[in-house]
Design a protein around this ligand. Structure first.
Ligand code: PLP
Length: 401
């Protein structure tokens, strides 16, 4: 008998399953709207020019391949927290933000979960929005936290359930940990407005909740890094001791390079040093030190004014292309007389849109129209382009009618 004969087969990943089905389909009209990666006007993966130029600069310096320190490349982490918190941030000016490079956003969340699991001095329960990115629950569970949910999505309006959200925050035990998507909420594409964030911040303060921001899409919502960081910066300005996970997968297109950061606002430089020493103790036995190349690319872009500006332009271009697809999809659906209200397609933001399509409708799209999306009706707007948007609109209109 094999040692592993009792290992049960795990369920397939729901999103990777969509890609498998797409790959197996031989129809030329097929569309994959499952993946969370940007695609250009021709449906192809996109390597940013600022990234290519940064790689040339790095290469010309004939760099070595030595190990990074446990918390990563300092030129990268310093610039990353500046991007998140803003150049005029008080905790940055006061040298009280602890930070470590991380294996992209996922790794940042995992380190954050492990740190809270080990040191958070109150109940180790984290509340995540319902719905949330599918990986949040396993990440935090594996980090040793209990995971619960708060209301976020209003099915009737296909919008934010602000009243339900606030009520749930008010009913949490004091000092609970709460995860917020800083911008471009995945999977719904629905973000609180600045005014709503201010209300949320008030409740968080009242209940002494502990805010954990997942910022995987900075710049990707509006095309503007500061606007997309509003929630994080407002909470910090309001005196909340936040923690933040950052990813450069989407906004720099560095998906496979695994570039991210996890940061903690501490009270002062001395506390920051203690916290950072414990981050090292978490990282060292997990993977010793982070990968080098992607962090060098991000650091080169973030610290070079010309490249930074070019990058900003490219992020705007990606965000705007997605926004223009939202407009076209909305206009098409209305022009085709598609039953129901479609305003949410335009008001949602970021890579994803919760269409409101039902499970049988998404199934029909796959079987009859070769269009693949997750069963919850979420589509990646980045998978739409000038070549497929009319076909997609017509097929959606048909399955809804
Ligand atoms: N958080 C959210 C909400 C996401 O949607 C993603 C990616 O899809 C991530 C974090 C982490 O992505 P990565 O580990 O590729 O940076």
């Amino acid at each position: 008998l094999s040692t592993w004969s009792a290992v049960p087969a795990g369920p397939p990943d729901p999103i990777l399953g969509v890609t498998e089905a797409f790959k197996a389909d031989k129809d030329s009209r097929k569309i994959n709207l499952g993946v969370g990666a940007y695609r250009d006007e021709n449906g192809k993966p996109y390597v940013l020019n600022s990234v290519k130029k940064a790689e040339q600069i790095i290469e010309s310096g004939q760099p070595d391949k030595e190990y990074l320190p446990i918390t990563g490349l300092a030129e990268f982490t310093k610039a990353a927290v500046k991007l998140a918190y803003g150049g005029d941030s008080a905790p940055l000016a006061g040298n009280s933000v602890a930070v470590t490079q991380a294996i992209s956003g996922t790794g940042a969340l995992r380190i954050g979960g492990a740190f809270l699991g080990r040191f958070y001095p109150h109940a180790k329960t984290i509340y995540i929005p319902s719905p949330s990115w599918g990986n949040h629950t396993p990440i935090f569970r594996d980090s040793g936290l209990e995971v619960k949910q708060y209301r976020y999505f209003d099915k009737k309006t296909v919008g934010l359930d602000l009243a339900g959200l606030k009520e749930d925050l008010k009913n949490m035990p004091e000092k609970s940990i709460v995860l917020f998507h800083a911008c471009a909420h995945n999977p719904t594409g629905i973000d609180p407005t600045p005014e709503q964030w201010k209300e949320i911040s008030e409740v968080v303060k009242e209940k002494q909740l502990f805010p954990f921001f997942d910022m995987a899409y900075q710049g990707f919502s509006s095309g503007d890094f500061s606007r997309d960081a509003f929630a994080v910066r407002h909470f910090v300005a309001q005196g909340h001791q936040v923690v933040v996970s950052q990813s450069f997968a989407k906004n720099m297109g560095l998906y496979g390079e695994r570039v991210g950061a996890f940061s903690i606002v501490a009270a002062d430089p001395e506390e920051k040093a203690r916290v950072e020493s414990q981050l090292k103790i978490i990282v060292r036995p997990m993977y010793s030190n982070p990968p080098l190349h992607g962090a060098r690319i991000a650091a080169t872009i973030l610290n070079n004014q010309k490249l930074y500006q070019e990058w900003e332009g490219e992020v705007k271009h990606m965000a705007n292309r997605i926004i223009s697809m939202r407009d076209r999809l909305y206009n098409n659906l209305v022009a085709l007389g598609t039953p129901s209200e479609w305003g949410h397609i335009k008001s949602q933001i970021g890579m994803f849109s919760y269409t409101g399509l039902s499970q049988p409708q998404t199934k029909a799209l796959a079987e009859k129209a070769h269009i693949y999306l997750t069963a919850d009706g979420r589509i990646s707007m980045a998978g739409l382009n000038g070549h497929n948007i009319d076909y997609f609109s017509e097929c959606v209109s048909k399955v809804v009618k």
